[in-house]
Design a protein around this ligand. Structure first.
Ligand code: WTA
Length: 651
């Protein structure tokens, strides 16, 4: 445990006094649970409303009647909250500092005034092409300021955006365009990243072959590289922005009108479109950004996530911009051109808050501390980690080498569905324990449930699955077009509770230790993926009869992807086919889903009723086959010997 006096030293070293001391922080927590209406009613004042809400909380987790509404009679505009109100007070403040993939390319500094103009131009182009309130716009973009402009431009006119990570394949993009029934896709010619480029426009061309021919494609010229053009469908957004008026009035939007859809993987079926609405989401993103990181107006905020994931939505765009922050946006990766790139950027732009993911920290740790030690990191005041459990070794390395043994490490636990942090420390108020996300944020009531009995565990020291007992404003409202799936996924296992899908331990001090997903969701390099998605991609290959995918511990990625594949009769299991299948999955889903290990298996372990016993497959993938437990219920116990003999992970 980090000692209290170290924390005090940290606080002094950074020169920032926390707005609230530890006691005030925990008092606010108690108040938030005691009277949510009052607490969240006060918090609503951090936003600028067109018509302030009088009704604060109206939520039910009751199965069959799940309904989540916050601030429901209030109206506001999210883009006006993130832009216009700061332009009114501080127009020349830098909103976005952009650092290109290529370290030699000039950085860009975009003021709040410029942010307003660029956003308005895109709003005007969208309107000119018939996009209206409630229409869906898919954004498939590189990490460039135009991506943030496009998101805010949608919010300005009340269109609902759905950002698709640039690493997804044309098929994945097409599925999301079709599921959300989007009117427009906004993309760019190419996305440079780590010295390579992804051909976004040509991926969009391939995706649009599977979509309605009414879908328009708006293109930002980013690299200027050559692209294919479909007249009538493709719109040169860079050119039209130049011609469009630089002001667009903002629409009055209901607090419960959707702001965005973000697709995420679950344990079954295709990715689901998680829906976030406007008022509660923005209040929660901005509050957590400010409080959990003790954010101050002159800070330079850098979160290294991609805008294609929820962390980029809440902690690159909406939370920080609602707070009038200066946000650094980085196009590249931690290890290109070399493993010192992050620290070059911190030094160059005098970053004060650095928020990254365990997988990035582990990959840098593997390159050796010399890549960090030579840099001037004296501007840093605070470090963050998010996306997966962080092992204490990586935590300590981060704290020692990047934080010079002084800076607090904020381990923030949350999900696409939660809109913002659920469990995380207060930077100066919570004694830290490496590897634990520590204690719940304001308004969050975690409960640990025994998975077998469904009983809520009252003891402090306990273990089970993590649920949340009551709603908070940042919570997702539904699954796009499928409210039944929303109820079924999150509210059916443990009646009256929101089920996170994560396992956890609570220690005697009331600290939470997330142990990872308990469903068939993998967390690979902080990217969330359903095993079912990868399996269905594999079986779509003509040589594959059946596939089962499980995770296994991976030093850098956290979890690796292990696929067991049974081939069609007569197909030879060759090295070449293994490579082909890897490429196939990359094409079907995207590079992040490529299996690390593929084992050809003549048979999979199944019960007599035909259910695959994943427990056994997981053990073998983990190279822990000594204790497989009871295998007598298998239809053919003999397959297990073959699986063990030909296992791919012998580490
Ligand atoms: C995992 C990312 C441990 C968890 C914000 C969760 C974490 C899933 C942490 C959500 C953390 C996220 N410690 N595990 N600090 N943060 N997770 O939807 O398994 O991409 O359910 O949201 O990531 O991933 P998602």
């Amino acid at each position: 445990m980090m000692l209290d006096n170290e924390l005090h030293a940290a606080r002094e070293a950074t020169g920032t006094a926390a707005k609230d001391g530890a006691q005030a922080y925990y008092d606010s927590y108690t108040a938030s649970l005691a009277d949510p209406d009052r607490f969240w009613g006060e918090q609503a004042r951090r936003l600028t409303w067109i018509s302030p809400p009088t009704r604060i909380k109206n939520t039910s987790f009751e199965k069959g009647n799940v309904s989540i509404k916050w601030y429901e009679d209030g109206t506001l505009n999210v883009s006006a909250n993130c832009i216009d109100r700061h332009v009114a007070t501080n127009p020349d403040k830098v909103a976005i500092i952009w650092e290109a993939d290529n370290p030699k390319a000039p950085s860009r500094h975009i003021t709040y005034r410029e942010l307003l103009e660029e956003t308005c131009r895109i709003s005007n182009v969208l309107k000119a092409h018939g996009v209206k309130k409630g229409d869906r716009v898919v954004i498939y973009m590189p990490m460039i300021p135009e991506t943030a402009f496009a998101m805010l431009a949608c919010a300005r006119i009340g269109a609902i955006h759905s950002v698709v990570f640039g690493g997804f394949s044309p098929d994945s993009l097409a599925n999301r365009i079709n599921d959300s029934d989007a009117k427009v896709v906004i993309t760019a010619d190419f996305a440079p990243r780590g010295g390579k480029t992804t051909p976004l426009k040509s991926n969009a061309d391939a995706a649009l072959l599977h979509c309605s021919d009414k879908v328009k494609c708006m293109v930002i010229r980013h690299t200027g590289g050559q692209i294919h053009w479909t007249p009538g469908r493709d719109i040169d957004l860079t050119d039209e922005m130049r011609k469009a008026p630089s002001y667009c009035s903002y629409a009055e939007i209901g607090a419960e009108d959707p702001l965005f859809i973000l697709y995420t993987s679950g344990s079954t079926g295709k990715p689901k479109g998680v829906v976030h609405t406007s008022g509660g989401y923005l209040a929660y993103a901005s509050l957590t950004h400010e409080v959990c990181f003790d954010f101050q107006p002159d800070d330079i905020w850098w979160c290294t996530a991609d805008v294609g994931w929820v962390t980029g939505h809440s902690y690159i765009v909406y939370g920080p911009l609602a707070n009038g922050a200066t946000v650094l946006m980085f196009e590249g990766i931690p290890t290109w051109p070399d493993a010192g790139r992050f620290w070059d950027v911190v030094d160059k732009h005098k970053v004060t808050h650095f928020h990254s993911a365990p997988t990035a920290i582990r990959s840098l740790m593997a390159q050796g501390p010399e890549w960090v030690d030579g840099h001037d990191l004296s501007s840093l005041k605070m470090l963050g980690t998010v996306g997966e459990p962080i092992n204490p070794e990586a935590w300590n390395w981060y704290h020692q080498h990047v934080g010079k043994g002084k800076l607090p490490v904020i381990d923030a636990y949350w999900q696409t569905e939660t809109g913002g942090h659920l469990i995380c420390p207060h930077p100066y108020g919570t004694p830290l324990k490496p590897g634990s996300a520590t204690t719940p944020f304001w308004g969050i009531k975690p409960v640990v449930v025994d998975a077998a009995t469904g009983q809520v565990q009252e003891d402090m020291g306990t273990e089970g699955v993590l649920c949340i007992a009551d709603s908070w404003p940042g919570q997702a409202r539904t699954v796009w077009g499928d409210h039944a799936r929303f109820e079924d996924t999150y509210f059916s296992q443990y009646p009256g509770l929101y089920f996170t899908g994560d396992g956890c331990r609570r220690d005697e001090d009331g600290y939470y230790w997330i142990t990872g997903r308990v469903d068939d969701v993998l967390n690979v390099s902080g990217h969330r993926m359903g095993t079912a998605e990868i399996e269905s991609a594999l079986v779509a290959h003509e040589c594959v009869a059946e596939a089962a995918v499980v995770g296994f511990p991976h030093d850098i990625k956290g979890q690796g992807i292990y696929a067991y594949v049974s081939l069609m009769r007569g197909v030879e299991p060759t090295e070449e086919l293994r490579k082909q299948l890897e490429t196939w999955v990359r094409q079907e889903i995207g590079p992040i889903a490529k299996p690390d290990l593929i084992q050809f298996a003549p048979g999979l372990p199944k019960t007599r009723s035909g259910k695959i016993m994943r427990r056994i497959l997981r053990k073998i993938a983990e190279n822990d086959h000594g204790t497989l437990g009871d295998i007598s219920t298998l239809a053919d116990p003999g397959v297990v010997d073959d699986l063990i003999a030909n296992r791919m992970n012998r580490g």
